[in-house]
Design a protein around this ligand. Structure first.
Ligand SMILES: [Zn+2]
Length: 312
């Protein structure tokens, strides 16, 4: 086996609908992967599915002690390892310890947006930058921040949890946008409008009927779609501006389904330039290098760091 193909870590992307298990070799080259649906009704079924994936990864690697990281859409308490994830049967449970009890070895768990950011900071779109912010437009709106290759976790592990900032008041008034209840329980979180699902709600406010983001992105020359996308860019740029005020990153790496929109990084850069404080240098806004694989890749990097005793 060549060095590049020698497995060093594995990542599991645990989502609300699918589980993807990925095996990585030296230099974090992906060797193999597979997918299965996420068991939704029972914690025990979810644990059994994850146990099977860990055993499969370790069998593929030929290593019983292969470190495994898991990224999931939610928060994990850094002290108790209890996870909070509205869309998963594991919410309120100590997922990593329970899985470790079944499979042994190193099993770590982290928010998927933070994993994405770590991945893009290590050999990805942010590799040449000291301060990398990941901004992920998926089902929700996630984020994470890496400084000098290290993930900044914060007191609660929620540094970068950008989706729960409030909507900017002047944009809500300008576009007649609704103030909606977020999945977190608060009113008016920005993810209700600029996540993948949120764009449809901007459409509803502007043209009177919801329109899926995929439909809008597929035809931006349509005048209605252009108007919706322009409003979305204004709101997303406001988030980038807030990020700049807080941590002043060198770059913002976009992720999630909406990061695939043609030219989105350019449109966001232009929108940010219009509202940034005068005279400041702007962060580069970049598309991701690893796309949908970045969550699992970052989780594997966390597991690898745990294995080698370093701290990413
Ligand atoms: Zn919220």
């Amino acid at each position: 086996m060549s060095d590049a193909a020698r497995p060093i870590a594995a990542g599991i992307d645990l989502g609300g609908t699918k589980i993807e298990a990925m095996l990585f070799g030296a230099d974090m080259v992906q060797i193999t992967s597979r997918r299965r649906p996420t068991p939704r009704d029972s914690y025990d079924d979810l644990l059994s599915a994850l146990e099977e994936e860990v055993r499969w990864l370790r069998a593929e690697a030929g290593r019983d002690d292969l470190p495994v990281g898991m990224g999931f859409p939610g928060l994990v308490d850094s002290q108790t390892e209890i996870v909070f994830a509205g869309n998963l049967a594991s919410s309120g449970r100590p997922l990593s310890p329970d899985l470790r009890a079944r499979v042994g070895g190193i099993v770590v768990c982290a928010n998927d947006s933070r994993c994405f950011t770590l991945s893009e900071a290590h050999g990805g779109a942010g590799k040449d930058h000291a301060r990398v912010f990941g901004l992920i437009f998926g089902t929700g709106l996630g984020g994470g921040f890496c400084q000098d290759g290290r993930l900044i976790a914060g007191l609660n592990g929620m540094a970068g949890e950008i989706g729960h900032y409030g909507i900017s008041a002047h944009h809500a008034r300008k576009y007649g946008l609704p103030i909606l209840r977020c999945g977190c329980g608060r009113m008016g979180c920005i993810e209700t409008l600029i996540s993948g699902n949120g764009m449809a709600r901007i459409a509803e406010a502007l043209i009177g009927t919801p329109r899926p983001a995929t439909e809008i992105a597929a035809n931006l020359s349509d005048p209605d779609n252009a108007r919706i996308f322009s409003a979305w860019c204004d709101l997303a740029a406001e988030v980038a501006h807030t990020i700049q005020l807080h941590v002043d990153p060198d770059c913002i790496v976009l992720g999630g389904g909406l990061s695939n929109i043609d030219g989105v990084e350019k449109r966001l850069s232009e929108a940010l330039a219009r509202i940034a404080l005068p005279g400041v240098r702007l962060p580069a806004i970049l598309k991701p290098a690893f796309g949908d694989s970045s969550g699992g890749r970052g989780a594997a990097l966390l597991a690898l760091a745990s294995d080698t005793g370093t701290e990413p």
